[in-house]
Ligand binder design. Sequence first.
Ligand code: 5AD
Ligand code: FES
Length: 341
Amino acid sequence: MRELIDKLEETKTLSRNEFKKLLFCGNDYLFKRARSVADAVYGKNIFMRGLIEFTNHCKNDCLYCGIRAGNKKAARYRLSKDEILDCCKKGYALGFRTFVLQGGEDLYYTDDVLTDIISDIRTAYKDCAITLSIGERSAESYAKLRKAGADRYLLRHETANETHYRSLHPKNMSPANRKQCLYELKKSGYQVGCGFMVGSPGQTPDHIVDDLLFIKELQPHMAGIGPFIPHSDTPLGGSWAGGLRLTLNLLSILRLMQPNLLIPATTALGTIDPQGREHGILAGANVVMPNLSPISVRDKYLLYDNKICTGDEAAECVNCMRTRIKSIGYELTVSRGDCIF
Ligand code: 5AD
Ligand code: FES
């Protein structure tokens, strides 16, 4: 195994069979190498992003997601511009220099509505990065929002394999369109993040290698991966969650493939294991995304069951994260946390 890990660190890639072997590696040497590569690029800094979940309305019906249109049990909400700006204000005081506006694909938020919100944040917080995570839109829309002041865009590709993608999504969604969106976003000048779920139903080792090869081709600035976790009010509610070890191995593999990549230790990882995010950082992740959404809506943005931190104030989460990160020898940093090229 060590030779494979050294080979990946040196050449940044492997053959399909070698990647598959590494997925199931049980040797912590993988984490050690990945962590030392992350240290060499980003030092002991862990960047934080304030996640503002501003709408849980969604026109899509992805089979895995708790806020899918078909889930009639979900209590829906939207935050007003003032509520969003209030989240930013609280977040700025807590040291956040990136705000991530994340939501379902909600037709209420037209380009005009979003442009108004984004330009107000841009004016009020010149030293902050604005990240959008609002799904598939037209190239024109991406360009407009970029012009209004958005810097980054997160759009997980979910799975790079066509057949697997089709098994997790309704007929009107296509993997080609999703990938196309990522390329459009790059063209519009965004720093782009893709990503996928680990252990989603029907996922095979070959599918995961497809994901790695897609990331290699796209060369994103960020890649978000976390375990799939079932949501009981979805068609996949009876499936198993993705595993910790496989997720950590993938964080390390991504770090070795692309040393400067921004990689979050996700909330989903913290949900399947109480120390999941700490393990994630020690396996090569360098970003955390504490929640800045108002407490009143926290327990409504439920993509999966048992999500952590839904009852905690933003300040509590930041303090908790700072302590957790310190305990493993790292530092929660006040910075935009741009990708180093
Ligand atoms: N388990 C884990 N992650 C999920 N997401 C959506 N539903 C689930 C789930 N059940 C992820 C998707 C999406 C991101 C915002 O959350 O990858 O892109
Ligand atoms: Fe939210 Fe620990 S990060 S309570």
